[in-house]
Design a protein around this ligand. Sequence first.
Ligand code: MV4
Length: 602
Amino acid sequence: MFSKVLVANRGEIAVRVMRACEELGVRTVAVYSEADKHGGHVRYADEAYNIGPARAADSYLDHEAVIEAARKADADAIHPGYGFLAENARFARKVEESEFKWIGPSADAMGRLGEKTKARSLMQDADVPVVPGTTEPAESAEDVKAVAEDYGYPVAIKAEGGGGGRGLKVVRTEEEVDDQFETAQREGEAYFDNASVYVEKYLEAPRHIEVQILADEHGNVRHLGERDCSLQRRHQKIIEEAPSPALSDDLREQIGEAARRGVKAAEYTNAGTVEFLVEDGEFYFMEVNTRIQVEHTVTEEVTGIDVVKWQIRVAAGEELDFSQDDVEIEGHSMEFRINAEAPEKEFAPATGTLTTYDPPGGIGVRMDDAVRQGDEIGGDYDSMIAKLIVTASDREEVLARAERALAEFEIEGLRTVIPFHRLMLTDESFREGSHTTKYLDNVLDPERIEAAVERWAPEAVNNDDGEEDVTERTFTVEVNGKRFEVSLEERGAPAIPLGDINGSAGGASKPSGPRKRREDSGGDQQQIIEGDGESVTAEMQGTILSVAVDEGDEVEPGDTVCVLEAMKMENDVVAERGGTVSQVLVGEGDSVDMGDVLLVLE
Ligand code: MV4
């Protein structure tokens, strides 16, 4: 076994890998960008190396910086996690040629499966059903028409280098073929540096089923059953589960064995996922993901097999110690991706500070995350901040347990998709398990998402409707020894800040706790305004109630310099930085506009 592993990733997956290392007695090395100095993966690791600026291309994607960190740390192996460098065969090759072990499939196997037509022929030769179509790149629009003649419209033109949701054109009539063929080539060239395209019969409403594979360097290949990832929005998975509610035992067995045959033929090692489309009781190979996936967790939950630990053990040369018959699927598991996004705004990414982060617990609840209360969530990387994985004896029980767990989950300061998940748990199609990959994009009424946010995150909904703002606050009171939750409405108060959508600058307000009038305030007042260090400006229009400093006074960061009444509230104006007051430009009773300079510091 290795003594030290470098994890070339961040966030929850970096911590997930380090947890596996910890259990194997392996020391851990984190790498981090400027944006992640306080990241959860950095806190978790035994040692950590700064590999560059926030921009991923300058840090997490910098081959030399990662390898250099491994040298400095004297690591034995590199685990790429998912995303970033995980499916980069050139990087895998570099690692293979270095003194470090690559914890993943060989660069050769990645190459064999990376080009889609190669992967299709390889699978076909291994008796794995592929979607009817070409196994050679299409040379002309005529090749596209030929496929349509054999199988009928619609057909899909796919980029050789594509994957995920990218590089797919659906052609419904012969008239569209010429245009779409050219567009597909042009996009393939632009996105993947590869103008090559191929053609498949297009399935209208398939399910997305994928099989987890583990393979060692001694010729053993096991499948760990399937996951159903049909609930996707614009090709982004949002809830995944195992086993699939849509497969018969017979089909399940067939798909698992097909996946096993396919990766065996590819001489594949380590963990991988074989993706299929399933429609009308038939399954078709789509692509192989040559990495650990976000949703590996649900497979772990229903098999009891630690997939990440096996990735490390296999890379260290160990043999899988269980047979295919030993793999048993027990119970049911669902993963809910907790993304910092505003569901009612087309899932726009959100940023902010986790002023409250109180995840659920209890039986059947697993949290994979790398954040804690107080962390700031910036917009530099993807929006997934945590994964909630719920497991129970059957799907019904998972649905009830997940409703319970999501209701327990408290996050403040940042918009999340939790209200969307709670909607899905009440949704008939999802509860039945009859949804297809088309459901979220083509069927679900967006108004139901808005209503879900209003129901489960009312404080987050924008009141831009010109009506008076109403902020609801909940207090706990005790009456005759019994606790009551009382909710009070405050009229005319701006909504509690919940972080910014789309990373837009949030102005200068400090996170404000409950706002109270001074006369009934026993606690914090709202703190507003911070300057650029030199001038302190008004963040809103109002009246100066008092000025706490004179010219020549020294102020410390956080000192209150004056009190501004705005919207019937008294707000402490606070200096962001310390310094000497060189000018006081306002006095008691002055009216100020938003942006007015109140005083100047030196
Ligand atoms: C398809 C398909 C139907 N027929 N291929 C989308 C991602 C890309 N890697 C493959 N994709 C699809 N390929 C044929 N021949 C439907 C999709 C598809 C899809 C697949 C899985 C999950 C969600 C999806 C959403 C839209 C389209």
